[in-house]
Design a protein around this ligand. Structure first.
Ligand code: C2O
Ligand code: CU
Ligand code: CU
Length: 508
């Protein structure tokens, strides 16, 4: 353990060459200690592992929607929350989080969490680049919450992390300027220890940032008509129709077996023929989706932080928890379907006979300048691991050996610096997500990223077969005392301690 904290410190202050050396030594140490430790643990939990795998395999296919049976219900589209502008041109939004009930077609109405009285989830916030916004969030729950703007580049005090608690009956106000380009972001609670449950119960919503990028002017953009929000979450229900929630301490987090899109089970959506945009959000606790489109082609146009440089035709799209992707589907005269390789049909796209106004995709969407290596002044490593010792039966999820501690700042970033972060993981699936920044992926297992991962990202899948190096500029906001979070977006892991915090400081 001491060895590890020493490594973390070294990473912060050592020159580049020093970092590389200690990094290598660290890796060798980890390999030795890790494999010895794991051998012992593995023997101990072998029986349970077999049991768990068996039950997973048994239930994971249970609710697969057969592709040849029709979709059952029209997709619900979250309301669009447009701003109210004051005399100074500031855009005001009001959110109220509270308890609600939703009809999932179970034996009874299901108790949920939601924003603004919706039956589940929250309205879609439409923001514009360049606007000054004020968002008030009132907590009408019986428990403490926060609301975090995932993917937004905002000052730490407006970020809605675990330090910005909203007690029941009180209101928290975030105000910031929208300084980033068009993108699909999302908002969700971030109270340490209850993030997974509050999100699972339905507290989450989309944020659409619009700008006047001329390249995007011909893309489908009529909300709910040819520009469809697709919030994918898996759920389980109890016999009396209530949400069955659990934290799974294991490698993959809790995987539920019933797919919901915007709260609808087995949905279809009526769309025009022609280009239809889907704004995909994986709002699930832990499940990673492997998505494809049957009956039409799929072209990805945007990643977490906004448009890709050019549209990318894709066979399959991997969407980890917290990830967004915008895709365009060219719908013909027959239905097409968004399909997950594991759980089957996610959403049927049913042509309704009308024609969409748009026929072709632009060749170029945005200019994405690669951050050059010469800009990089600091290297850091993030190992996402189970840090349990021999005597511990359950995992201890941690980053660089340390579990989340609200009173500990893990590192400080100098405002204006460009940093390269090497992300590695072991023991299962991890999804690295730092607040504030959009980063670029430099490499995955030493190779340059594929085109669909060559845009701006804020959430990236990491595991023992996927080592990812990212680069980011910290050139927007600094604060002496309020940290930003970085964590695993497998919410089970996050709530169990796989999170840390950094300050961006202006020392110059
Ligand atoms: Cu989706 Cu820390 O956030
Ligand atoms: Cu976030
Ligand atoms: Cu994880």
């Amino acid at each position: 353990m001491d060895n590890r904290s020493y490594q973390v410190m070294r990473t912060e202050f050592a020159p580049l060459n020093g970092v590389r050396t200690t990094g290598r030594r660290h890796a060798a140490y980890e390999l030795f200690a890790g494999s010895a430790r794991r051998l012992l643990i593995n023997a101990g939990v072998f029986f349970w592992a077999v049991l768990a795998i068996a039950s997973l395999a048994a239930c994971d296919t249970a609710d697969e929607a057969a592709l040849d049976t029709p979709a059952a219900a029209p997709l619900s589209i979250p309301a669009l929350l447009e701003p109210a502008f004051d005399g100074a041109g500031v855009a005001h939004y009001e959110l109220k989080i509270g308890e609600s009930r939703h009809d999932y077609g179970q034996t009874a109405l299901t108790d949920t969490f939601s924003y603004n009285g919706m039956s589940v989830l929250g309205p879609t916030l439409r923001l514009r680049t360049g606007d000054s916004v004020v968002i008030s969030v009132t907590n009408e729950l019986d428990e403490v919450t926060t609301t975090h703007w995932h993917g937004a580049d905002v000052p730490a005090e407006d970020d809605g992390g675990p330090h910005s608690l909203i007690q029941p009956g009180t209101t928290w106000i975030a105000d910031f300027d929208v300084i980033q380009p068009a993108a699909t972001l999302w908002y969700h609670p971030h109270v340490h220890g209850s993030t997974a449950e509050q999100v699972y119960r339905g507290a989450a919503g989309l944020i659409i940032i619009e700008d006047d990028n001329p390249a995007a002017a011909t893309l489908p953009a009529t909300y709910g008509v040819d520009d469809i929000p697709v919030i994918i979450q898996d759920k389980d229900f109890t016999g009396d129709g209530q949400l069955d929630f659990a934290i799974d301490e294991g490698d993959n987090g809790k995987l539920y077996t019933t797919l919901t899109v915007n709260g609808t089970i087995n949905p279809f959506v009526d769309v025009p023929e022609g280009l239809v945009r889907l704004r995909l959000l994986n709002g699930s606790q832990a499940r990673i989706y492997h998505l494809s489109v049957e009956g039409a082609g799929m072209t990805m146009i945007a990643s977490d932080g906004g448009y890709l440089a050019s549209p990318v035709a894709l066979e399959q799209l991997v969407l980890a928890p917290g990830d967004r992707a915008e895709i365009v589907v060219n719908v013909g005269m027959e239905s097409a379907a968004l399909v997950d390789s594991r759980l089957g049909r996610v959403l049927e796209l049913r042509p309704n006979g009308s024609a969409s106004g748009t026929g072709s995709l632009p060749d170029k969407l945005a200019t994405i300048k690669r951050i050059s290596a010469s800009e990089i002044t600091v290297d850091r490593r993030f190992d996402m691991d189970d840090e349990r010792n021999f005597w511990e039966f359950g995992p201890r999820w941690a980053i660089n050996g340390a579990q989340f501690d609200m009173s500990r700042i893990d590192f400080r970033v100098q405002l204006g610096d460009t940093e390269r972060w090497t992300l590695s993981g072991d023991d299962g699936q991890h999804v690295f997500h730092p607040h504030q920044i959009q980063f670029q992926i430099l490499s995955i297992n030493g190779e340059p990223p594929p085109p669909e991962e060559s845009g701006w990202e804020d959430t990236v899948l990491v595991n023992d077969e996927r080592k990812v190096v990212i680069v980011a500029r910290f050139n927007t906001f600094a604060a002496e005392d309020i940290p930003y979070m970085f964590h695993c977006h497998i919410l089970d892991h996050e709530d169990l301690g796989m999170m840390g915090q950094f300050l961006v400081i202006d020392d110059e």
